[in-house]
Write a protein that binds this ligand. Structure first.
Ligand SMILES: [Zn+2]
Ligand SMILES: [Zn+2]
Length: 135
């Protein structure tokens, strides 16, 4: 917990126990979590926290590059601690999202057709190795 405080200080974010907990949940799981999943885990420690507070903490983290919002399904966002640009693989069977360590020239691009790129993420959809083994 204590080693997180410098991360917040560096980003000039005021440290609150709730913010630390959200960061801890993201960091500990190193997964792609929906806001509801994050809320569920933070609530174990802070029963009074509201979903709206978790949303605003995630917005703050996004603004300071402490988390990344991933759109895998059009109606759903996931959050993760890895903030560098990378692609994903989404398993249609178990719903798990995997980070892909692909060498991809598009991730390096700063502009496309004159449009300035601020973010880019690709997603592959299919059946993951674990689910394939079960078949
Ligand atoms: Zn799977
Ligand atoms: Zn990822």
């Amino acid at each position: 917990m204590d080693k997180l405080i410098p991360i917040f200080k560096e980003k000039k974010i005021r440290v609150t126990p709730q913010r630390l907990e959200v960061y801890l949940v993201l960091n500990k799981n190193n997964q792609h979590l929906t806001v509801e999943q994050i809320y569920g885990r933070v609530k174990e420690k802070f029963p009074a926290i509201s979903l709206a507070t978790v949303y605003s903490i995630l917005d703050l983290f996004k603004d300071h590059d402490l988390t990344r919002e991933v759109r895998i399904e059009f109606d759903k966002s996931y959050f993760e601690i890895k903030t560098d640009s990378h692609h994903h693989f989404f398993c249609r069977q178990c719903g798990k999202t995997y980070d892909l360590d692909l060498h991809c020239e598009h991730l390096q691009k700063k502009a496309v057709d004159g449009h300035r790129i601020e973010d880019f993420q690709g997603c592959f959809y299919g059946i993951c190795t674990t689910c394939q083994q079960k078949q």
